[in-house]
Design a protein around this ligand. Structure first.
Ligand code: HDD
Length: 699
């Protein structure tokens, strides 16, 4: 087996390692207990009664007891949300200084590289759930700045379900598996979720986003990220500028088709984490631009919505994005538990020059993240774990607690003090200071009136999509609501959609086979129809023409032509993509010249859903054989119905026919020996959206 970059030179021990000894199979350090005693036998527990008739295991066996005891306590509680995640190390580099607006060093010093750790996640599913759930993706970035850690704990969607943190437990209880039966997990397609959101009109804008293809990304590498809330930047003169943070992927945004997502979950439930791991391992480092939307009080007052309402966004057409830096992920974690599981992101982690706003969702989060780490990580000393520790001096008088890893010196553990000269003191000229703000008024449990419009941006989002994307949103509502048993909930949700637009509601109602007139849910603030379209909200309007970072699946069988396959592989690599070979046997196939073409996947384990586009490099005999192989027919049929570009030798025709493939711009025939360029060029354009009405009903 090939040793991956991440395995090379890995330290398989814990602690200081030890002397190397010669064993069968190589040179290894001695195995020890946690207390450092060398273990002489790791195969047998200590028993009474010799080898003839072994008696009971002895309690005296401290090697056994310690090993089992540690194992019994290996698990910690998984995250209440975002339990399923994958992460990577990297760096942030500032390219455009924001010193005028913020005194934060990370936003001021052009060219300085700041180490960081990013964790991507799904929200609702448990730790073992599949990657392609229809869900928001977490996009949490921990930046180890010289002024302390700055955590930008965002999502791949710029708005949220609720406006006030007090509703978060309700939202999550409704979305996660139902409490009596413990299912369904990792999906919102069930009664409790739709019951809650249909009664919570402020969720409607977010629903449009999670029913869109943003909720089924092709890869973590092809997702945008958003800080969601409005934050404040504070400059050296204490001047406040409002800011929203955006991460823009270098590869552009890409998503999969819903039916494909369902099948990827079976074909490779680790699809996203594998993709992230492999691309970093192979040196194809994922990259994002950090962009900001900057605005002042004057804009805040004139904007149609409240900038403190997390269910609203500011269209890029109104406040353009300014690119200020880049993030590159260039190192996989060394240990999943120590890093990806134990990393503790907290919205409260800001640095001088970056400040909160009074967004009630953000304020609630600032409590929740610190609080949750205690139940997850078990001790207030979680900040000492290597993945959480700041990379600048940390000096304070917080002491003791479970799992204290430091050995603080001296008699002084308080401030002010005079007994020792080197104890830490506050510095009135440095450090985090909140930006100036005057607040007055009554103390009330109430929503601001400016938060009351729940439908206008939902309509603006829908109107900003291409017809294909709109069709997918409608289909997603139909799919999800079709899984809701309670008819009244389905009807209420459609009635809520009618507040966005009666046309949208009608299309969903038709797809659900709902009879009778739609009953609009009462609302005080109807959707504004005058908001201009925002093309930046569409995935497809921003799509890039490129094969870079994509995966091409090449199906072969006995009788395939080695030279054509090698030429195809080279052309694909030149386009920045990678080719994988799928064959009926993992040992490969016998080519025309008698040589063996090695395979990366066996047919049943390499369905076409794992690839961005496919090529059928088959001889007539090969195609004939595969045309009676269900997995091969499904491979081609799925590629076609998932609107993928299919390249094929003309000899593959019998298999194309069997799979129901109809000739269109995305079916590119290339004869053996001819250039694969027409296939490459077509594949770079992306999916064949025009094909969709011929493969599924559009409501
Ligand atoms: Fe949250 C985790 C993102 C609202 C409470 N959240 C968590 C993670 C992300 C987000 C990316 C995973 C971090 C990781 O990888 O470890 N959450 C968001 C965004 C929100 C949001 C973008 C809205 C704008 N969250 C939100 C609210 C609350 C929480 C309103 C509570 C009042 N979130 C949590 C949590 C989690 C969490 C319970 C679970 C694990 C953790 O924090 O460390 O505290």
């Amino acid at each position: 087996m090939k040793e991956t970059e991440s395995q090379k030179g890995a330290d398989h021990g814990i602690g200081n390692g030890g002397e190397l000894h010669q064993y069968a199979g190589g040179t290894h350090p001695q195995l020890t207990t946690q207390q450092g005693q060398v273990v002489s036998d790791d195969e047998n527990s200590l028993k009474l009664g010799g080898t003839d008739r072994p008696g009971p295991v002895l309690l005296e066996d401290f090697v056994l007891r310690e090993k089992i005891n540690h194992f019994d306590h290996e698990r910690i509680p998984e995250r209440i949300v975002h339990a399923r995640g994958a992460a990577a190390h990297g760096y942030f580099e500032l390219t455009d200084s924001l010193q005028e607006f913020s005194k934060a060093r990370i936003l001021s010093k052009v060219g300085e590289k700041t180490p960081l750790f990013v964790r991507f996640s799904t929200v609702a599913g448990n730790a073992g759930s599949p990657d392609l759930a229809r869900d928001v993706r977490g996009f949490a970035v921990k930046l180890y700045t010289p002024e302390g850690n700055w955590d930008l704990v965002g999502n791949n969607i710029p708005v949220f379900f609720i406006q006030d943190a007090i509703k978060f437990p309700d939202l999550i209880h409704a979305a996660k598996q139902e409490p009596d039966r413990g299912f369904p997990q990792a999906q919102t397609a069930h009664d409790t979720f739709w019951d809650f959101v249909s009664l919570t009109p402020e969720s409607t804008h977010m629903l449009m986003w999670i029913m869109s293809d943003r909720a089924i990304p092709r890869s973590f590498r092809t997702m945008e990220g958003f800080g969601v809330h409005t934050f404040r930047l504070i400059n050296a003169e204490n001047k406040v500028t409002y800011v929203k943070f955006h991460w823009r992927p270098k590869l552009g945004m890409q998503s999969v088709i819903w039916d494909e997502a369902l099948k990827i979950n079976g074909g490779d439930p680790d699809y996203h984490r594998r993709d992230l791991w492999n691309s970093i391992d192979q040196g194809r480092f994922p990259e994002w631009e950090l962009c900001v939307q900057l605005f002042d009080e004057e804009f805040v007052n004139r904007f149609e919505f409240d900038v403190l309402d997390a269910t609203k966004l500011i269209p890029e057409e109104q406040i353009p994005l300014r690119v200020v830096g880049k993030m590159v992920l260039d190192r996989n974690p060394t240990n999943y538990f120590s890093e990806t599981e134990q990393v503790a992101f907290m919205t409260q982690n800001v640095v001088p020059g970056i400040d909160f706003t009074n967004d009630p969702l953000l304020q609630g989060r600032n409590f929740s993240y610190l609080d949750t780490q205690l139940s997850r990580l078990g001790s207030p000393n979680f900040a000492q774990l290597p993945i959480n520790a700041a990379r600048c001096p940390v000096m304070n008088f917080q002491r003791d607690g479970h799992m204290q890893l430091q050995i603080p010196k001296g008699r002084v553990s308080y401030s002010p003090s005079s007994l020792e000269g080197d104890t830490a003191r506050e510095d009135p000229h440095a450090g985090f200071k909140t930006g100036p703000e005057r607040v007055e008024g009554d103390k009330l449990r109430a929503r601001p009136e400016a938060f009351a419009d729940h439908f206008s941006q939902a309509l603006q989002f829908f109107n900003s999509q291409t017809p294909t994307e709109q069709n997918h949103i409608i289909a997603a509502f139909i799919f999800e609501l079709s899984k809701v048993d309670t008819k009244a909930v389905r009807e209420r949700m459609v009635g809520q959609l009618a507040n966005v637009d009666i046309g949208i509601a009608q299309r969903v109602a038709d797809g659900l086979g709902m009879q009778g007139e739609i009953k609009k849910v009462a609302t005080t603030v109807p959707a504004r129809t005058d908001l201009p379209e925002s093309p930046a909200l569409s995935i497809l309007k921003k799509a890039q023409v490129s094969l870079e970072g994509k995966l091409v699946g090449c199906l072969i069988a006995d009788g395939s032509d080695t030279e054509s396959i090698l030429a195809l592989e080279t052309a694909i690599a030149e386009a920045g993509a990678e080719m994988k070979i799928i064959a009926p046997k993992i040992g490969g196939a016998t080519a025309t010249d008698g040589s063996t073409i090695e395979a990366d996947f066996q047919l049943a384990g390499g369905p076409s859903v794992l690839f961005d586009c496919v090529f059928l490099a088959l001889s007539q005999d090969g195609a004939q054989t595969l045309s009676t192989e269900a997995a091969a027919v499904a491979f081609v049929h799925d590629a076609f119905s998932h609107l993928k570009v299919i390249g094929a030798t003309p000899e593959s025709e019998i298999l194309l026919d069997k799979a129901g493939v109809l000739a269109d711009a995305g079916v590119v025939l290339i004869s053996e020996g001819d250039s694969a360029q027409p296939f490459i060029e077509r594949a770079a354009l992306g999916r064949i959206w025009d094909r969709e009405p011929s493969v599924r009903t559009i409501y």
